[in-house]
Design a protein around this ligand. Structure first.
Ligand SMILES: [Zn+2]
Length: 160
């Protein structure tokens, strides 16, 4: 799991890399200008890499917000902007791509709050993005839309 909340902004500015071990696999994250390469290797019992199994690239998006810059990762699979990428076997992707949609019991309070925010956005637009609130659909009642905006903003305020 790669969670931007756990990384320093400085880590995303300079080139750096780190490795985590998961059973008989090693996942190496390398930050270069504008993105993170995620390489998955099989490794022996000493932790030496044997063969590369997969290589994924996640661009880092910078979104200006009222309190500075928000950084989000582009999912290597679908391109959606997200705060957290997951790895499952040799795949790396967002919660949607890896089918982790309903594992809310595994989420922390911040993830749950973010999940609630996205749930409201997807009620309006199934492909709602993580960085903006979707526009009202022509057939949606203005009153309903307004209620959703209010509920959404209250949840989002708790996140910031
Ligand atoms: Zn995805």
């Amino acid at each position: 799991m790669l969670n931007l909340d756990h990384l320093d902004k400085a880590d995303l500015e300079a080139s750096c890399s780190w490795r985590v071990y998961k059973g008989d696999r090693a996942i190496t994250f390398s930050v270069e200008a504008g993105g993170i390469t995620i390489a998955t290797h099989s490794c022996d019992e000493k932790g030496s890499c044997i063969a590369e199994l997969a290589r994924n690239y996640a661009p880092i998006h910078r979104i200006p917000v009222h309190y500075g810059d928000l950084r989000l990762l582009g999912c290597p699979d679908c391109g959606r902007r997200c705060r957290i990428l997951y790895s499952l076997a040799v795949r790396v992707g967002c919660r949607f791509c890896l089918g982790l949609l309903y594992s809310s019991e595994n989420m922390g309070p911040r993830d749950r709050a973010w999940w609630a925010v996205m749930k409201i956005r997807r009620r309006i637009d199934a492909n709602a993005s993580t960085d903006e609130f979707p526009a009202r659909r022509p057939r949606m009642k203005r009153r309903i839309y307004r209620q959703l905006v209010e509920r959404h903003n209250a949840k989002l305020a708790r996140l910031n």
